[in-house]
Design a protein around this ligand. Structure first.
Ligand code: 3HC
Length: 325
């Protein structure tokens, strides 16, 4: 029985909806959906979109200081991709009946959440390698399962986004590997960047499962496909051998292969830092929102010009239609 069928009670629709997502079917914008499902998607996808936009700032900082034309072109392409990811995801949220302007207002006012990872500073060029390698690897591990999300527009947006993340991760890995195997000074810079970006990247996957307030329901609705800790463990298992390959040391003395578990054991995460950053007290929270506010203001003339052009074009079209009648 379809959840869209006429004459069903709320309970019957909810039952039909659970069976529908349970069968791995995709929910589309015009389908009936529980209001709580819609709200959870608006929450997660809007935060994801905000993360993509704010995520441009740590790297944008280095566009004019890239050490070579090749590095500059790769970083430029990555930053442009992130803007596109943001637009894709804002479009996915709009299919749930939310206005893009309201989403922008939430971010500009500091009300909206975005990923904690983007509230850390990029102090040297090696940080750009660390962000591409560590953060985009985390993004891939977190986002590939979202290609199987029950909400169609989100799942389809993630397919394109994940393909581009692979390039982002690769260019970051190459920067780190080149520096790690470069001069002593370059190796030290790469190690320093890993020391500062490792734990914030591990925190990106969200709070521990026993403190994750959305996971259970999100997984029941097949929005989230794996728990925070499962993806975090997958991440550590992938990253440790890569660091070893580069001759870099992960700043966690407790990292050790556990044959019995078939995973790497790792040390305790400082959740106080995570909560501090989430509460807006990270190193760059204030600066990131101020940069976003300035960019929005500086871009006002572009939006006004595009709107004026669209209105003029629509008026001309209406006038020629009247003339033709
Ligand atoms: N930073 C900020 N807030 C976070 C967070 C993080 N790293 N992890 C969790 N939170 C917040 C949640 O938003 C939620 O707050 P809310 O109730 O106010 O929305 C709260 O902490 C509880 O966390 P939960 O685990 O219960 O929340 P979720 O089930 O939503 O799981 C998530 C969190 C794993 C981040 C999930 O939302 C998700 O997978 N989101 C989509 C992917 C995403 O947004 N990735 C962020 C980075 S984007 C990126 O990396 C771009 C790349 O190009 C570099």
């Amino acid at each position: 029985m379809s959840m869209n069928a006429p004459g069903l009670t709320e309970d019957q629709r909810n039952q039909a909806f659970s069976e529908y997502v349970g069968d791995e079917s995709k929910v589309e914008p015009k389908d009936w959906m529980p209001e709580a499902y819609r709200k959870s998607l608006v929450r997660q996808i809007s935060q994801h979109a905000h993360s993509e936009i704010i995520g441009m700032y740590p790297e944008g900082n280095w566009l004019t200081r890239a050490p070579s034309l090749r590095r500059k072109v790769a970083l430029l392409a990555k930053v442009q991709d992130e803007a596109g990811h943001g637009m894709y995801l804002y479009s996915a949220v709009e299919t749930l009946g939310v206005s893009r302007d309201d989403l922008f207002d939430d971010l500009l006012s500091g009300k909206a959440k975005y990923s904690s990872i983007f509230n850390y500073p990029t102090l040297t060029w090696a940080d750009i390698g660390a962000v591409g390698w560590l953060v985009d690897s985390a993004a891939i591990i977190n986002q590939v399962p979202l290609c199987r999300c029950s909400y169609g527009p989100y799942a389809r947006a993630m397919v394109k986004i994940c393909k581009e993340e692979s390039f982002h991760q690769r260019q970051g890995f190459e920067i780190m590997n080149t520096m790690a195997k470069g001069t002593d000074a370059q190796h030290r810079m790469a190690q320093d960047a890993l020391n500062r970006w490792w734990w914030p990247s591990v925190m990106m996957f969200g709070p521990p499962d026993n403190e994750s307030k959305h996971s259970a329901q999100s997984m029941a609705w097949k929005i989230k496909r794996h728990s925070n800790d499962d993806l975090r463990q997958r991440y550590v298992d992938v990253m440790v051998p890569q660091a070893e390959f580069m001759g870099l040391t992960i700043p966690d003395p407790d990292i050790k292969w556990n044959e019995e578990r078939g995973h790497y054991d790792y040390g305790d995460i400082d959740w106080t830092e995570f909560k501090q950053v989430m509460a807006g007290h990270g190193q760059c929270n204030k600066q990131r929102i101020e940069t976003r506010q300035a960019a929005h203001e500086n871009g006002r003339w572009v939006r006004d010009a595009a709107l004026a052009y669209a209105e003029k074009k629509a008026a001309r079209k209406a006038a020629s239609k009247v003339a033709a009648e």
